[in-house]
Design a protein around this ligand. Sequence first.
Ligand SMILES: Nc1nc2c(c(=O)[nH]1)N[C@H]1C(S)=C(S)[C@@H](COP(=O)(O)OP(=O)(O)OC[C@H]3O[C@@H](n4cnc5c(=O)[nH]c(N)nc54)[C@H](O)[C@@H]3O)O[C@H]1N2
Ligand SMILES: Nc1nc2c(c(=O)[nH]1)N[C@H]1C(S)=C(S)[C@@H](COP(=O)(O)OP(=O)(O)OC[C@H]3O[C@@H](n4cnc5c(=O)[nH]c(N)nc54)[C@H](O)[C@@H]3O)O[C@H]1N2
Ligand code: SF4
Ligand SMILES: [Mo]
Length: 879
Amino acid sequence: MNQPLASTTVRTTCPYCGVGCGVLATPQADGSVAIAGDPEHPANFGRLCSKGSALGETLSLDGRLLYPEIDGARVTWDEALERVANTFTQTIAEFGPDSVAIYGSGQLLTEDYYVANKLMKGFIGSGNMDTNSRLCMASSVAGHRRAFGSDTVPGNYEDLELADLVVLVGSNLGWCHPVLYQRIVKAKAERPNMRVVLIDPRRTVTADIADLHLAVQSDGDSALFVGLLAHLADNGVTAPDFVAAHTSGLDATLLVAEDWSVARVASATGLSEKSVALFYDWFAATEKAVTVYSQGVNQSASGTDKVNAIINCHLLTGRIGRPGMGPFSVTGQPNAMGGREVGGLANMLAAHMDFTPEAIDRVGRFWGSDRVASRPGLKAVDLFAAMARGEIKAVWIMATNPVDSMPEADAVRAALAACPFVVVSDMSARTDTGVTAHVRLPAAGWGEKDGTVTNSERRISRQRPFLALPGEVRPDWWIVKEVASRMGFEQAFSYRSPAQIFAEHVALSAFENDGARDFDLSGLASADYGNLPPTQWPVRHRPAARMFGDGAFFTSDGKARFVPVLPPPPFAPAPGSFILNTGRVRDHWHTMTRTGKTARLSAHYAEPFVEIHPADAEALNIRRASLVRLSNRHGSVVVRALVTDRQRRGHLFVPMHWTDQFASNGRIDALVTAKVDPFSAQPALKMAEVHAEPVHTRIYGFFVSAGRPVLDAGYWAIAEAIGGTRGELGWFEEPLDWSEWLRAAFGLSGAAIVESVLDARSGRRNFAVIEKGRLVVALYTAPDPVLVSRQWATDLLVADNLGASAVLAGRPGADMPDSGAIICSCFSVGINTITAAVTQQGCSTVEAVGACTRAGTNCGSCRAEIRGIIDASRLQAAE
Ligand SMILES: Nc1nc2c(c(=O)[nH]1)N[C@H]1C(S)=C(S)[C@@H](COP(=O)(O)OP(=O)(O)OC[C@H]3O[C@@H](n4cnc5c(=O)[nH]c(N)nc54)[C@H](O)[C@@H]3O)O[C@H]1N2
Ligand SMILES: Nc1nc2c(c(=O)[nH]1)N[C@H]1C(S)=C(S)[C@@H](COP(=O)(O)OP(=O)(O)OC[C@H]3O[C@@H](n4cnc5c(=O)[nH]c(N)nc54)[C@H](O)[C@@H]3O)O[C@H]1N2
Ligand code: SF4
Ligand SMILES: [Mo]
């Protein structure tokens, strides 16, 4: 780990999800950093989830990019910056400003983002600055702008606690916004009449708090909310004064909606009429209703319409901008919101202004530039398509990993490989995108960088550094301004600190803004940046907690718009194909460049998997824990079968996290189609069509190793473990010589390999290499999925005085109990320990299990899974 800046506690903000929790980081004498939730931060009041709690374990310099590189060789910053500036300048001179692009990220700080956007749109003079928020928030932005005239999230987190009905649409809040989820859990425990409805094709852990789970058919959401609008109108559940004074377009909207009876909605969504009617009755009867939505809504070819179908229901009932009410788009990344503020999307210019002639003129005068882009640039999917056609000749990618996270990811990889000049700014030395780069620039990461982020409730918080910059790492804003200066724009980019950039951002938000633009930070003009407390925007005089309660919107006539929504026909994959749904798991973050470094977080799910319904699995002869190939015309992956009835029939779910760094063939975005929403250009990442088939695997394997192996097998997946690595293997042909294979994979040269053939007929063989009583490698192989307890075997890596027979036996002895798959990552408590607490010690509540085992008593993210174990034991006892 690099040097701490001081040994005192630093108040900062979590770099993962859009909840934006306050974190207290305290560097310790032994070089580690103690992490705690900030009790004073209004997002989390001291709580953290499993990912936040493990932040201290992601700070090692292993795998960090520490020096600038050109063509893989270390160079000085001067050489790297010159190369980037000169190549961009020459390319622009030869092919025009639209031949270059920046592709940024909601993981940049606002100050980094502001400077990058200013360079591209203000001085290069092209709109070609887009961001991974196109994959994430674009449909919410477009929906907000259609309805409100501005990209505004009206409410705040407190509304989720004050509501009597919380509707979660396409949101796995329990895993993806765990602290918000915990806030709802607590509010519900205090007010048991509060209800939660979950709308998601999968029964996720979030269903644990749901009074009603509607396992809607993919993209059935529009039909569901259009039907709700009709139901509310038919039953007189409206706010006529609000609608008359503050909205327009209701009649045309109802005209489209009125055909959507409960029966029709039921058939379009795959739900029962009874459950649709129950949801409608609850919504109608509950004034204080909040509708929270996330990627099940946004990542769709009809995402913008889904957003407006939801907002329409809140406008009709006047349930917006008041305590406990409103539509609520929760953001994914820590600074998804900040990126929208600075204009990081290709169709926005800056400070919530788009490309109108007045805004172009205004921003040009403010920046002192006469070359401001005159029109929107290429949006992510179009950007990489243009690159594939040779139209983008130089691209700069910052803080995102499109070779893994863009749809049709193999085509994105090919486009980058063909692009004449690729620059990647990243913290990691090796990512699937970084390997395509001509120039790699080492960026400062969390704990080192300094700036602001804005969370889902429009609250701006400071990220503050507590570690020195390691190697020659530099903050992103510095890198961009150095390139800008070398391109001849030094005057406009003479920044010396993030504080100076923030002050300019504040000034632009207020520039010629007489209340006509929602994004206004004028009240922060003389703020003390160093001590800036978490603050919600807009800040004209004082921060605004909620917006639109007064009925004042940002459209030309000040009225909100109802948007007529025509639900799309249900997606019908070809016979024999599946709908592929994708998303997240609790303990990993996107492409795993940070969470993949912690053993604790890697233990929850240690390999890529596909959730498949038992009936579908049986029909395809896919056995539990066997390997499955998913494919379509864009690509294929091989992942583990997780057979579960949480999944609807005909649907599959695969997590987005696994990359070529962690698995042989798990990049699911290779299969995801680049079909986009017509209004937002956000791709439909939740709905591809794929084939599934069993992979004929000769031998399965599981290993633990003190070192990091280089694996040559048909299937492999590797994960960090305490004391080394662990991993899963599958061979489609049996290796000719096992010793040879082991020596090559684990770099064993002369070490003695002990082998035991447990069952010569079936071919179960185990191997061990032990040196001085410590395990070097254990490998368990079998013709069927290996049954060895992963946790037990992983614990062998830290055991002393090991004998070969104990390791080769492949099952726990009396002195080494098996705690089972890790459920609670904070305290590493496994499923077997929890089950024993339930069955042997009579713990019948989550609290009792916590008291016995500590599981679930820190971040609480695993409480739903613990409840699942208690319920399963109860069922078993009853059988
Ligand atoms: N642990 C963890 N947390 C994260 C992240 C992470 O990587 N890991 N990433 C962060 C980011 S950037 C984001 S954007 C958020 C995303 O947060 P979420 O949107 O909550 O997460 P996802 O898993 O992408 O998708 C949510 C759910 O949408 C459902 N869904 C799929 N199709 C449909 C549909 O047609 N209709 C409905 N109603 N539901 C559907 C999926 O089954 C899935 O359970 O999470 C943030 N938090
Ligand atoms: N199939 C499918 N695909 C998806 C999604 C899905 O649900 N399904 N979700 C989409 C969504 S919502 C999102 S947000 C994207 C996320 O996808 P990505 O943005 O591609 O994923 P990350 O792994 O977060 O990439 C961040 C990169 O930035 C680096 N980094 C971290 N901090 C810094 C920094 O301060 N500076 C710099 N320069 N680099 C830094 C990290 O090492 C990492 O390489 O994926 C999208 N893709
Ligand atoms: S909920 Fe977890 S990941 Fe999200 S900001 Fe809070 S601690 Fe970080
Ligand atoms: Mo996201």
